[in-house]
Design a protein around this ligand. Sequence first.
Ligand SMILES: [Zn+2]
Ligand SMILES: [Zn+2]
Length: 169
Amino acid sequence: MDLKLEKVFLNEGECISVQYCLEMSDICFSGTKPFRTPVKTDVSIENHAGTVYLKANVEFDFHTSCDRCAVDILKRFNYTFNHILKLAVDENCDENSIVIENYKLDLDKLLIDDILLETPSKFLCSDDCKGLCLNCGQNLNQGMCGCNTYQGELHFEVLKSLINENTKN
Ligand SMILES: [Zn+2]
Ligand SMILES: [Zn+2]
């Protein structure tokens, strides 16, 4: 979505707001297309004492898989992004400044860039995901497979729980 921001830039106190659904289903991220449903956006742009501020809230479902055991994971993210819009580069520009040309802002591009930067690229189904057996491929969260590779870990787990029991008493 292209926004023409001439009115906002030229009038102090001027504010516009836009809510729309941003389609990102074709966007690849870490080798998959995790944005299967549209991203809900709520954007306001305001000229406050001559400075033009953009605030964007985005909310979306993120379909991905566990980095260790590969089960499907669905996460919901909610982010707020803040930017200052400028017509030219100046000495106050920082990483949150966006320089636009001819008062025209490509809002889709800005939000997509923000979302891709902010979203983590690796996920675990849980912090203690046991992963897959390197030998047979069994998902070890669903039970042990009997391979020797896992026995060592099992003994360690038993030992750890014994230690925990002892420290409790
Ligand atoms: Zn997992
Ligand atoms: Zn195994």
